[in-house]
Design a protein around this ligand. Sequence first.
Ligand SMILES: [Zn+2]
Length: 285
Amino acid sequence: MTPHIALIGGTHGNESSGIQIIRNYRRLGLPDAAQGLNVSLHLANPAAINANVRYVEDDLNRQFTPARLRSNDASQEAVLARHLNETLGPKGHSDVDLVIDIHNTTSNMGATLILLDDDAFNVQLARYVKQQMPQANILLEDEKPYNEHAYLCTLGKRGVMVEVGAQPQGVLREDILLQAQTMTEIILAFCAMSDKPDLPPCSAFRLGENVMYPLDDFGLRSAMIHHELQDRDFLPLMPGQPVFRSFDGKDITWWEDTPTYPHFINEAAYHKLDVAFASASQITL
Ligand SMILES: [Zn+2]
């Protein structure tokens, strides 16, 4: 059976790498890495892409829990999610073997492969990506079962996200596009192998929790990311090192007694939520 891979850009309409990669593959043809695969190309949220915004009414990449897909929510993205569930799903019973959803971040996360499960396929994929692209980061978000995630990529039997930054929203940077394309084609090449390579374990990160900005009595931020933390995604943040600089000039230092590996530091899309960064621990996959 030829594996069916759904390649998706524009789940967030202002994350330009995935949108451009899909358009390029449509115009110029699929890359060599796609040989032996049945690859379908999708631009997930055309209205948001046209408006060059993350979403029109609601975040499309938070609509794919079983409960959300059953709801009658009338927002553009909720309706779109149910339509995508018909074409790529139905969730839990899809014919799509792997959904690869390409995203950008304003954080300095480099090329990051986000996995939602650590089954044998995902572990082998992580090791192969790390072997082919040693500078890549592997991030495992397994804090809930695969099917409970709200991400579009969970419509497939398996789903992963390619998350590359730093790139401003709505902007296309050559270096970021090339990293996103390289990682995407490594994943396709892995899927096309009938015999998966047996590779040694690789280092990865496991998502911890969101760390919020400190707020004042009016709900306004009282601090910003400290310059010593800015752009240091996936580097260890040690106890006592600066995290925030308060607007009255004080340093707020890492308050846990163990190091963490911050990522999504100062991510523009999370500002509305007052999320400063996500924590992580280092693991081996
Ligand atoms: Zn995104």
